[in-house]
Design a protein around this ligand. Structure first.
Ligand code: URA
Length: 432
């Protein structure tokens, strides 16, 4: 088989055979197919999509590119959560220890930043010493001892996704339903979880800008999960403005810690509790979502969730003192305010452009090999619906360079101040 024929079939709108998909996945993972041919195929998939059968084949080939964790010797239902990616989306970071503090096993395999969205692993690496590369035995030991882990798909979990994910990030082929579904579900099936809640984002900061695309992606994810016997469901949540008030790696860890101390922003808390309640019910620890939510709230109030976060960090080699003193993480040299240019109400704040602004400061990658600056990013003083006067501070830029005029301009061009704001609904739908 020749790769050029596989590209040709998809470029011309045809369906790829099971053999063609396997040829691509195996060949690219092994290094036999070069980036330029893989990129061409990814772009053809982006334009022409894939049928359910092709998507399933892609997922299973990516899954079979590596090992599958067997967690059956760890007692209890294993429950995981995965987001399709957003700006300021640090939900997984407080969620895993919070849910684990109820005695639920949370084996979380996460990813790095993709496009304008931040990655959970990148954020956690802002904590001094924290390692996301964990071998299978240590992974299982940590689940037994701590109850939760957030790690990369290391060792040999879905190596095909690792390579394809990095290539998609820099070839503008991220926002494709079959590619996202294959990427997420190959890792999730490989991680040995019994149950999974997907947080499918929709809006300007999401890969799925339109709600109908988010719903289609959610169905694809849930169907692939159910097809392999996983208890899978999805929440469609809003990403028209950044989630919470912090964007940037260390800044988002700091906000996660605040949340676990009961001091988190309302929107972030709401989504953490909504998804956490679903996970708690799936794990059989509560009869109803209301009961689950109350249990989670209690473990924030009594400090057990924060303590579990400290344990998780220390188990992964990180400095657990960060939960008492987030300033042990890298801190930016300059704090530059961005002020409103007119009076009114914040009508919109483009989440994707706020993500790009953080990336321009060094908080995200523009090419595969870029090194991150963990300290930089944005903290928002105002969000959609807030009333402002000209000169009021909208947000603060955390930078390690003094000249951030281009970032400031991008931000101001993407915050609309008008005479009213449409209300934002955070949780759009639940798909089971
Ligand atoms: N998260 C993933 O793991 N993969 C994607 O493709 C998008 C979000």
């Amino acid at each position: 088989m020749r790769m050029v024929d596989v590209i040709d079939a998809k470029r011309n709108g045809g369906a790829l055979t099971a053999e063609q998909i396997k040829f691509f996945v195996d060949g690219y993972t092994a290094g036999d197919i070069p980036d330029y041919q893989a990129s061409a195929l990814l772009m053809a998939i982006w334009f022409n999509g894939m049928s359910d059968e092709e998507t399933r084949n892609l997922t299973m080939d990516m899954l079979h590119s590596g090992d599958r964790l067997d967690l059956s010797d760890i007692p209890g239902v294993k429950v995981d959560k995965h987001s399709t990616g957003g700006v300021g989306d640090k939900v997984s970071i407080p969620l895993a220890p919070l849910v684990a503090s109820l005695g639920i096993i949370v084996p979380m395999i996460s990813g790095r930043g993709l496009g304008h969205t931040g990655g959970t692993l990148d954020k956690l690496e802002a904590i001094p010493g924290y390692t996301v590369e964990i071998e299978e035995e240590a992974f299982k030991r940590q689940l037994r001892e701590v109850g939760c882990i957030i790690a990369g798909a290391t060792g040999n979990i879905a190596p095909a996704d690792k390579k394809i994910y990095a290539l998609r990030d820099v070839t503008d082929t991220v926002d494709s339903i079959p590619l996202i579904a294959g990427s997420i579900m190959s890792k999730k099936i490989a991680s040995g979880t019994d149950a999974l809640v997907m947080d499918v984002k929709t809006g300007s900061g999401a890969f799925m800008k339109r709600e109908e695309d988010a719903v289609a992606l959610a169905h694809a994810l849930v169907n692939i999960g159910k097809g392999v016997g996983m208890n899978a469901m999805a929440v469609i949540s809003d990403m028209n403005q950044p989630l919470g008030r912090a964007i940037g790696n260390a800044l988002e860890i700091e906000e996660s810690i605040a949340l676990l101390k009961g001091e988190g922003p309302d929107d972030l808390l709401d989504i953490v509790l909504t998804i956490g309640s679903q996970m708690t019910v799936m794990a059989g620890k509560a009869e109803s979502l209301e009961e689950a939510r109350a249990m989670l709230e209690e473990n924030i109030a009594n400090g057990k969730a924060l303590e579990r976060f400290r344990m998780m960090i220390e188990a992964q080699g990180g400095d657990g003192r960060v939960v008492d003193d987030p300033t042990i993480m890298p801190q930016a040299k300059y704090h530059i305010p961005v002020s409103a240019e007119s009076d009114g109400v914040i009508a919109s704040m483009r989440a994707d452009e706020m993500g790009v602004a953080s990336m321009m400061l060094g908080g995200g990658r523009a090419t595969k090999d870029d090194k991150l600056d963990y300290a930089v990013g944005l903290t928002l003083d105002r969000k959609v619906g807030d009333t402002v006067k000209a000169g009021d501070r909208l947000l603060t830029i955390h930078a390690n360079r003094e000249d951030v005029e281009n970032v400031k301009r991008l931000i101001l061009d993407n915050i609309v101040i008008g005479d009213h704001a449409e209300p934002i609904t955070l949780i759009h739908q639940v798909i089971v």
